[in-house]
Design a protein around this ligand. Structure first.
Ligand code: PLP
Length: 374
């Protein structure tokens, strides 16, 4: 009897104390005391015994707006991660026949939610320079069915960031064509400069926020959306958090957002140095290359197509033989996923050095291995 297929996540979680986690763009560089002091305090106060305030802690919402530099008339929602906000808004605002202009590669979970609403994405190929949507391509791809533009900035998985003038141009296209604009800014803190789309199309933009990556809180599941009151009102019927979102997560997000300016600059410096370490390792392997460098996020793609090493084989070899966990590209791109792995690098430099030693070794092993027909 054939065994169960290999479950990389199960293996990695079971071995989490030995594994370098570079597979999910998680951030392992936030000073732990910032979070621990706040969460321990809430536990001592037994905050977990009662339900949280249903709509979300007003102080947390004010911090989200302050972080974005948006005035207080914007409405903020709090949910179990940005993911839940993405689900809610796609279900609420899209219906059968609608199309969403998006990209390939992309963060495909959003595309899945679009399909759950009965709509579909129209994915523009962006796996070539400049590795992002451009206003011209967005403009020429609009059809009578287009209802929304998905602007993930910076983009997971490539790490591309949008210049201010392109954000503005895309927002104006959305406004002129009466389209919704979904601006997912999960990775914005890692960028050299970042421009929110919301001020350019205030009536039609929903901005998804997340504390998973900038604040290193992926395991606590906290995020939400920001938008004009009228649009958010249409989304809220799909909110399943009538009884509020995990209180410890809200406490942790407040502690992190209120202190982020003190510690995030160090994280950014470290992630930039880590990118350079990875680049050096990639350059040791003939045929492997970084499509986009430097990344404006905390991840990028490593292209393996010319090496003929399948990304899934590299993911497994790195995990099982070297304890380094990266992600094969098929999770992020129907069309180009067999070309690349994605590696994130908001990790301590010693962990990234482990990747740098493991990558050339794993690639040499896999290139020497005969290709087995599947
Ligand atoms: C572009 C993008 N949006 C949203 C999310 C999900 O964020 P959260 O952990 O807040 O649900 C991710 C997670 O990887 C992401 O890459």
């Amino acid at each position: 009897m054939a065994g169960a297929p290999f479950d990389a996540f199960r293996y990695a979680h079971e071995h989490r104390h030995e594994v370098v986690w570079m597979s999910q763009n998680t951030n392992h560089l936030v000073p732990p005391t910032v979070i621990a002091d706040a969460v321990y305090g809430a536990i001592r106060d037994r905050r977990y015994e009662g339900y949280p305030y249903g709509p979300g802690d007003p102080e947390l919402k004010a911090l989200v707006l302050r972080d974005f530099g948006l005035p207080e008339e914007w409405t903020v929602t709090v949910s179990a991660g940005g993911t839940e906000a993405l689900y809610m808004l796609e279900r609420a605002l899209l219906g059968p026949g609608d199309e969403v202009l998006a990209s390939d590669p992309s963060y495909l979970i959003i595309h899945k939610f679009v399909e759950l609403a009965g709509a579909r994405t129209r994915n523009l190929d962006i796996y070539q320079p400049p590795y992002r949507l451009t206003p011209d391509r967005v403009q020429e791809s609009i059809t009578p069915k287009t209802r929304m533009i998905l602007l993930i900035d910076p983009l997971n998985p490539l790490g591309s960031g949008y210049p201010a003038e392109e954000v503005r141009a895309i927002a104006e296209i959305a406004k002129d064509h009466h389209l919704l604009l979904l601006n997912d800014v999960t990775y914005r803190d890692f960028a050299d400069g970042h421009t929110l789309a919301a001020p350019f199309a205030p009536d039609s933009t929903l901005t998804v926020w997340s504390a998973s990556k900038n604040c290193g809180l992926a395991g606590l599941r906290i995020g939400g959306l920001v938008g004009p009151a009228e649009l958010v009102r249409k989304v809220l019927p799909y909110n399943t958090n009538d009884l509020g979102v995990n209180i410890l997560a809200q406490v942790a997000a407040k502690a992190a957002l209120s202190t982020k300016a003190e510690w995030f600059p160090r994280i950014k410096t470290t992630t930039r140095a880590n990118q350079a370490i990875i680049k050096g390792a990639v350059e040791e392997v003939p045929g492997a290359f970084l499509p986009l460098y430097p990344s404006q996020a905390n991840m990028f793609a490593i292209d393996l197509a010319k090496t003929e090493v399948p990304p899934e084989a590299l993911q497994k070899e790195l995990l099982l033989q070297h304890g380094v966990f990266v992600r094969a590209g098929n999770y992020l791109s129907p069309k180009f996923g067999s070309r690349f792995v994605r590696a994130s690098f908001s990790n301590p430099p010693a962990e990234v050095e482990r990747f740098a030693a493991a990558f050339p070794a794993a690639m040499a092993t896999l290139r020497a291995r005969p290709v087995v027909a599947s």
